[in-house]
Design a protein around this ligand. Structure first.
Ligand SMILES: [Zn+2]
Ligand SMILES: [Zn+2]
Length: 311
């Protein structure tokens, strides 16, 4: 394959432009005439890479004319293989080296929470380092933001309680003291949450993937399941929203996980929901049963707790 660099090399990608949503441009058919025709015989436009081939599409990213061989057919929009190889259409988190860690995280989080279907239609370029790593960061950040809210709340309650006692110095000291005590929880959660996140994702991956296997619906890899479960942890960022976040988060996790599993394994929404809900119900029932057995055993061992006590 002869590669002609002159027409195919798109301009250097600026970080600002990298994430702009490309205009919805339908893939040009064989009869379409891309504008600016100066190459070729005059009746058709040559592919930017293969000068002997006619262009059939314009890359939605770099604007290069491309022939069918240059079209990356795995993409939801017309994209040339050069752009696809550079991962320009990948999820923001998997482009974090280009767009920056901070922007990669927030763009990913917002897109997951607001437009999950578009998010999971993007190609995976970094399965393990992408989804799993994001899952740990989002879970940890969400939980840290959650305990920070409580630290502030404790501080205010302490302050009000102290001030209403009549001694303002004592009130201030009490508020700061209780607030600081609450703040100690933030780094503790920061250390403990990543471990919890890893366990949670391991359970999530195993549970969903085994359920799909049992239903004979597992079409993707274990890695794809883990990636989906990791990105579903974006729902824990709801914990950063005061008051309502706590109640939205658990439902959002299940919902996002179902979306992720459905996309990764090309299953119906119903099958994906069954896969992510079944193991949770099973595990909850099992834990409840073990707890009851434990309780029964303890009560049986302690004399006098069962039946009428001896005189
Ligand atoms: Zn391109
Ligand atoms: Zn070509």
């Amino acid at each position: 394959m002869e590669v002609d660099e002159s027409g195919a090399e798109p301009g250097a990608e600026a970080a600002g432009q990298a994430d702009a949503e490309p205009a919805a441009e339908p893939s040009a058919g064989p009869n379409a005439e891309p504008f600016g025709s100066t190459q070729g015989s005059g009746h058709w436009n040559a592919c930017g890479v293969h000068r002997e081939a006619a262009a059939t599409f314009t890359c939605s990213r770099c604007g290069t004319f491309g022939c069918p061989e240059c079209l990356d057919s795995m993409q939801p929009m017309p994209l040339c293989v050069a752009c696809a190889a550079r991962g320009v259409n990948a999820v923001p988190w998997e482009r974090r080296e280009t767009v920056g860690l901070w922007r990669g995280f927030w763009d990913t989080t917002f897109e997951l929470c607001l437009r999950p279907k578009e998010f999971f239609a993007r190609p995976a370029v970094d399965s393990l380092g992408g989804g799993a790593f994001y899952g740990v960061v989002a879970y940890t950040a969400g939980n840290m933001a959650f305990v920070l809210q409580f630290a502030l709340l404790y501080g205010v309650i302490g302050l009000v309680a102290g001030l209403s006692s009549g001694n303002e110095a004592a009130g201030a000291a009490m508020g700061i003291g209780i607030g600081a005590l609450g703040c100690i929880m933030v780094p503790i959660v920061g250390v403990q949450a990543p471990v919890m996140a890893v366990f949670g994702m391991a359970f999530g991956m195993a549970g969903a993937h085994l359920s799909l296997t049992l239903m004979k619906q597992a079409r993707g890899s274990w890695e794809a399941s883990l990636r989906g479960v990791g990105y579903a942890n974006a729902a824990y960022m709801w914990l950063a929203v005061p008051c309502v976040g706590l109640f939205i988060s658990p439902f959002a996790v299940v919902w996002l996980e179902a979306r992720a599993i459905s996309a990764a394994h090309e299953t119906s929404t119903f099958v994906a929901f069954a896969a992510v809900v079944m193991w949770r119900l099973l595990l909850t029932t099992l834990l409840f049963a073990v707890y009851m057995l434990f309780l029964a055993a303890v009560m049986g061992m302690v004399p006098g707790t069962l039946g009428p006590s001896a005189p």
